[in-house]
Design a protein around this ligand. Structure first.
Ligand code: GTP
Length: 366
């Protein structure tokens, strides 16, 4: 029986306020919660049992899957206090069914959108009789990542901190957040404290001469941990740049059948429009995620943004790379620039925030 562990216990601080009430893996991308895309991919690869390593808002995972009737067994390993990525893997290992010490166990970060062929990754691991096999991906600018150089046979040489100089960029390969562990190696991770698999477990295995291999591919790969990456990943699934068994044919937008989009509005760039959302006349929604029950007023322009459920965007307002929490009201004719995050429940009056000057009369008595 092929088994997998998905790490879903992180707080997702970089995606706040979206993650204030919803764990990152349960946020909607391209019409489904992200974790459902991962589950579909795992089932496609022949996985029959998945253990969710949960901590933050753990109960919401059980609620999401309580009616899950497909051919996959799901278990929940709940951490009362977060154990870090390594501790979480070890803790989830208690619930694996296959007891053989050499059994390969797939481990996935719960926030990576990846086109890697999981069967090929497993085969790579078996062929090399590896202790651990890491999926590695290549990046154009390695300075933002820890690097993972390998020898010609693909054996991992070291795990390097983020490079500070060009000379330190000895490779463009980085850890892609998806691994195969030999079961006995997983069981040897300490169980009584917080452990980082990236900073502790993997470097120690390499230093001890264990068989740690990289499987480097050019497949689609994106870490959805930041707001911009999150909207881009969703848009890529809709437009077909990234694939998921849950998304149909490539399209310009994914509009829920209960949403109302005015015929003069334009919804483009892989945008997703949630259930019962209303998009007004001449509004433009590009490269964005619009949640359920959101109302977008006439002439509003939304680009590269996430608007969480039950919020209102006033007519002729402009949002560029903005994150709007749930139940938020943005009045008409506001201009919200990049990197703004609006807390849940916030109310912004009409014409309150602008970048360009306005001739609107000053309502204050001087
Ligand atoms: P940020 O707070 O925005 O950095 O996000 P995060 O909390 O998700 O952290 P990060 O992106 O580094 O985590 C990578 C993966 O490991 C995610 O899928 C997290 O859910 C998961 N993860 C991180 N720490 C823990 C932990 O202590 N326990 C468990 N079970 N999972 C964790």
């Amino acid at each position: 029986m092929q088994e997998a562990i998905i790490l879903v216990g992180g707080k997702g601080t970089r995606l706040r306020p979206l993650t204030n009430h919803t764990p990152k893996p349960l946020l909607g991308v391209a019409g489904s919660s992200f974790i459902r895309h991962q589950i579909a991919k795992l089932m496609h690869a022949g996985v029959e049992h998945v253990v969710f390593a949960t901590s933050y808002l753990a109960g919401l995972f059980e609620a999401e899957f309580k009616d899950f009737s497909q051919d996959l067994e799901i278990s929940y390993a709940v951490e009362d206090v977060p154990l870090g990525t390594g501790g979480a893997i070890r803790n989830a290992g208690r619930l694996l069914r296959g007891g053989a010490p050499d059994a390969p166990v797939l481990v996935l970060n719960g926030d990576i959108l990846s086109g890697v062929d999981l069967r090929a990754l497993l085969a790579h691991h078996e062929d090399r009789a590896a202790d651990v096999t890491l999926h590695l991906t290549r990046v154009t600018d390695p300075r933002a990542f820890g690097l993972v150089p390998t020898d010609e046979a693909g054996r991992v040489l070291s795990f390097l901190e983020k490079p500070k100089t060009a000379e330190e960029c000895v490779t463009d390969q980085i850890n892609a957040g998806c691994y195969v562990f030999r079961r006995s190696v997983l069981d040897a991770i300490p169980a009584d404290r917080e452990v980082s698999v990236e900073q502790e477990t993997f470097p120690q295995l390499v230093a001890a001469g264990r068989r740690v291999f990289g499987h480097t591919t050019a497949d689609y790969w994106r870490d959805l941990g930041t707001p911009l990456a999150f909207v881009r990943g969703s848009a890529d699934l809709v437009t077909g740049r990234a694939t998921s068994p849950l998304v149909g044919r490539p399209a310009e937008a994914l509009i829920h059948p209960t949403a109302e989009v005015d015929p003069t509005a334009r919804v483009t760039g892989g945008s997703t429009i949630g259930p019962h959302a209303v998009i007004g006349a001449h509004a433009v929604v590009d490269h964005s995620i619009i949640g359920g029950n959101v109302s977008v007023g006439a002439g509003a322009r939304i680009h590269g943004s996430v608007v969480d459920h039950d919020s209102t965007i006033g007519g002729e307002s402009t949002l560029r790379e903005v994150v709007v929490g749930c139940h938020t009201h943005i009045g008409a004719q506001n201009e919200l620039p990049a990197q703004l995050r609006l807390s849940c429940g916030l109310r912004i009056p009409a014409r309150a925030v602008r970048i360009t000057a306005t001739a609107a009369a000053c309502p204050t008595v001087h």
